[in-house]
Design a protein around this ligand. Structure first.
Ligand code: PMP
Length: 304
């Protein structure tokens, strides 16, 4: 089945969407991206785009930081994305990749005096961390602070850091990297936020720990509070707390909710998927597939 893209203000087959070698964003990382899941509900024969509006609101915030004039409102971006997904017609889980970028065919390090454009495409993509539980390491690469490279926006430029961390982890035999802040606190994975369970409470790094404010993180916090009545704390986390936590898991649009079984060769709990992680995983899986009527506002149907 062919994928479609919305590119240079029109829909086209994905292989036809090509850009020039002098595109500014390619050279200097001057683009803002998003990742949105389309979750296929087979009994309902429906695809649900999960929290699409929040993803585009984050993209719009990134554009402000990067001095990009997005020619579309958040509502228009949502409409374009639904139409693009309809054209693709997939009947399996997909991943939608929007990109706002400095499109000028011009070199020179800057943000000003450049044209901006927007594209979006989709393709089938199953689980990102394709294991039921993962072994993480503490990365030798740190997550930069807001005055180095703003971590709260998804600029393509900051992902050099994440790619360095991820490949180091894989080459050293781990599944994923956990980056610390320059002051030594836990920040996040290379493409996921992180949560711990300590004495039955959920603990996750705060925004000032250089995290990306994940939409899955926000979803899990809301579900933990409303569905399980858990206490949730956003605070700095020490490295060794990862070694002593009862449970640990990663959250992200691509990774969903992935349990961490080991950190730096130390088992988390008994190394199996913990009870709170399991419950949250089950609730989350229903919510994103449009199977929980309480949270249907988060799910945009693709097909009529
Ligand atoms: N941190 C990083 C570095 C990421 O790339 C992602 C994936 N977008 C996340 C956290 C999780 O964010 P979200 O839940 O919004 O996908």
């Amino acid at each position: 089945m062919p994928s479609y893209a919305y590119f240079q203000k029109q829909f086209m087959p994905l292989p036809d969407a090509k850009m020039g070698v002098m595109t500014h964003a390619l050279h200097y990382g001057t683009a803002i991206f998003e990742g949105i899941r389309g979750n296929w509900n087979s009994p309902k024969k429906q695809m649900y785009l999960f929290r699409m509006r929040e993803h585009y609101e984050r993209l719009a915030r990134g554009c402000r930081v990067m001095k990009m004039n997005l020619a579309y409102s958040v509502d228009e971006l949502c409409r374009i994305t639904v139409e693009m997904a309809q054209k693709c017609g997939f009947k399996e889980d997909i991943y939608v990749r929007p990109l706002a970028y400095k499109s000028s065919q011009a070199l020179g390090v800057r943000l000003h005096n450049l044209e901006d454009d927007f594209l979006v495409f989709a393709f089938p993509w199953g689980p990102y961390l394709d294991k039921d539980k993962v072994h993480c390491c503490i990365s030798s690469w740190q997550r930069p602070g807001d005055n180095v490279n703003p971590p709260q926006i998804k600029s393509t430029g900051i992902y050099v850091n994440n790619a360095l961390a991820k490949t180091e982890a894989i080459e050293n035999g781990y599944d994923e990297a956990i980056m610390l802040t320059p002051d030594g606190h836990v920040s996040e994975g290379s493409g996921e936020n992180i949560f711990l369970v300590e004495q039955g409470k959920l603990v996750t790094p705060a925004v000032y720990n250089n995290i990306l404010k994940g939409i899955t993180r926000d979803t899990v916090i809301e579900l933990a509070l409303k569905e399980l009545g858990l206490t949730v704390m956003e605070r700095p986390i020490d490295r060794s707390e990862l070694y002593t936590a009862e449970e640990c898991f990663l959250t992200g649009t691509a990774a969903h909710l992935t349990p961490v079984s080991e950190v730096d060769h130390r088992k988390v709990g008994d190394g199996e998927i913990g009870p709170i992680t399991k419950k949250l995983q089950e609730i989350y899986a229903d919510v994103i597939r449009g199977n929980n009527s309480k949270y249907l506002d988060w799910c945009t149907p693709v097909y009529k």
